[in-house]
Structures are given as structure tokens and as C-alpha cells.
Design a protein around this ligand. Structure first.
Ligand code: CA
Length: 219
């Protein structure tokens, strides 16, 4: 899962990036509205955290442009002041949720998790595929109740597939959703990760769809 943070307060952005990375997300950061708009327009994200008070282009304008261009990505807006009009403007521009500064990072994490889960069509924070359970709240993966230890990249890959169960996911799509923009991406390494995850799970839930990608399904 990959998240974009658009925030001009660099210290807050650094904290958010660290928190989200620790929670197992690939994270990109844009310090102004123009770069934020560009990244949201051209890269693949699972959720966006958007500050409304931004230099160059304000947050509401950024959001309106994305929505006008048909981008459905879930967006959580950050409002600096506890003014109802800013929240209303953001929600009316197409935001899915909001947080008022200052906030606890745990609350931001919970809201991001909920947004990603709901946009992928899941009501419960625990994702289940046959004997495999993935708890999005703490990143724990179990098979038949036994914990499985995954590396950060293996977890990102499994989490993306678990969120999109039953869909055929191409290697390119997986690559776009598990690496941040600075990562030297190579879609050939996806196969290596998939095989490692298969081995660790020891159950056959990741099917290779020849020429198209992978599909996660109950064996
Ligand atoms: Ca700001």
C-alpha cells in the first residue's frame, strides 16, 4: 500500500512519513500543492493525506482538480484551524475524511487504514483469505492461527493482494503500489517477492495468471 503526503510543514511531514513507513506503507511527500497535484495525478496511491493550507496551489483546488479528472483515490484532508467552513469546503471538493491539527498520529493511521480498506470494499480491519488472516491494525499475518514473519516489502505485497482479493493484479500494478517514487523499481523482483511470500505462507493462495499477473483466492 502506498500513501502520498501533501504537507508544507516539513517537520510534520517528516513525522507522518516515518509513522506511515513504520506501519508498512510506501510513502511519498510533496511540499506544495502543485507537486502534490502532479504526483496524485501521475502516480498510483492507495490513499492521500492532503493539507489544505498549501503554497503554490491550495489543498481544496488540488482536490477539485483530481476529482474533476476522475481520480477516485481516498483523500484525508488536514485542516489547520477548527473552522467548520474549511472542513465543509474540503468535503464538498471530494475529501473522504478530515483531521484537525493537532492530531495524534495513531488517529491518522486508523483513518488511513479505514479509508484504504473501505475503498477496496472491506468492512472489517481483519482481511481473510482461507486460512490466511492479515490484521491491518497491527500488520500481523497468521496462517491457521500461526504467526508468519514477513519482511516490510513482503508485507506490502501481501497486503495489496489481500485488499484486492479475487482481482487479477499485474506486476506493474504491484510495483506501483509497494515502492515509493525514489525506489529503483524493477518489476522482475516482484516474482521473487511473490515466491518468497508463497513459501512463507505455505498455502496456495497466490495464483499466477499467465501473461497477466497474480490473483489471490481461497485455495
Ligand atoms: Ca500548511
Amino acid at each position: 500500500m502506498r500513501v502520498l503526503i501533501v504537507e508544507d510543514d516539513l517537520e510534520l511531514a517528516r513525522q507522518l512519513k516515518e509513522t506511515l513507513m513504520d506501519a508498512g506503507y510506501a510513502v511519498d511527500h510533496a511540499p506544495d500543492g502543485e507537486e502534490g497535484h502532479f504526483l496524485g495525478d501521475t502516480e498510483s496511491y492507495d490513499a492521500i493525506v492532503l493539507d489544505l493550507g498549501l503554497p503554490v496551489m491550495d489543498g481544496v483546488s488540488v482536490l477539485e482538480k483530481w476529482r474533476a479528472d476522475g481520480h477516485m483515490i481516498p483523500v484525508l484532508i488536514l485542516t489547520a484551524r477548527d473552522t467548520w467552513s474549511e472542513k465543509v469546503a474540503g468535503l464538498d471538493a471530494g475529501a473522504d475524511d478530515y483531521l484537525t491539527k493537532p492530531f495524534k498520529t495513531e488517529e491518522l493511521l486508523a483513518r488511513v487504514r479505514a479509508l484504504i480498506r473501505r475503498s477496496a470494499g472491506h468492512a472489517s480491519p481483519e482481511l481473510v483469505c482461507g486460512p490466511v488472516h492479515l490484521d491491518t491494525r497491527n500488520g500481523k499475518v497468521t496462517v491457521d492461527g500461526n504467526p508468519v514473519r514477513l519482511t516490510a516489502q513482503e508485507f506490502k505485497l501481501l497486503s495489496y493482494l489481500m485488499h484486492h482479493q479475487g482481482e487479477v493484479i499485474s506486476r506493474t500494478e504491484l510495483t506501483e503500489h509497494i515502492y515509493d517514487q525514489d525506489f529503483d523499481r524493477d518489476s522482475n523482483t516482484i516474482e521473487v517477492f511473490v515466491n518468497r511470500v508463497r513459501k512463507k505462507l505455505a498455502v496456495d493462495i497466490i495464483e499466477t495468471v499467465r501473461g497477466l499477473g497474480y490473483r489471490l483466492d481461497v485455495p
